[in-house]
Design a protein. Structure first.
Length: 145
């Protein structure tokens, strides 16, 4: 089944005719599962595993946040892991409600797809849902398919 998505007009820059890298993560759950499973794998074919590990480690210690390259590390203001993931775990959230959590060391990962902007811009409920789901996933862990 093919699905089409259109970025919200109020969040799309007119200069790029509605296309922008910040518009959100639009992909089927199966593709996100493959992406996160690859991210925690030892596969060096596209991006060396060592480089992915470095990107997922804290690069902002002492600068007021705990961030990797594109990832929130435990203890960051945007951390959604709920304290139940290993200290090497990271997470990423998208404006539209998508969130990914993974631990490169253990190989555990979780993907949550929601629509945070369907009913408006107040993300309070989605933020709480992200934290609850990823905390629960951290207890049991997830394994690549």
């Amino acid at each position: 089944m093919a699905l089409a998505a259109v970025s919200r007009a109020d969040n799309s820059p007119s200069v790029t005719y509605g296309a922008a890298g910040h518009a959100g993560l639009f992909a089927p759950a199966a593709d996100l599962a493959r992406f996160t499973a690859w991210w925690v794998s030892a596969d060096d074919a596209v991006v060396p595993a060592a480089l992915r590990r470095a990107a997922a480690s804290c690069r902002t210690e002492g600068l007021g946040g705990r961030r990797g390259y594109g990832w929130a590390c435990p203890g960051d203001a945007f951390d959604i892991l709920g304290g139940r993931w290993p200290p090497t775990a990271v997470s990423h959230t998208g404006f539209t409600g998508t969130s990914l959590a993974l631990d490169p060391v253990s190989g555990a990962w979780a993907v949550l797809l929601t629509n945070a902007v369907h009913a408006g811009r107040d993300a309070t409920a989605v933020t709480a849902l992200r934290r609850a789901v990823h905390a629960a996933a951290g207890i049991t862990g997830s394994t690549p398919p």
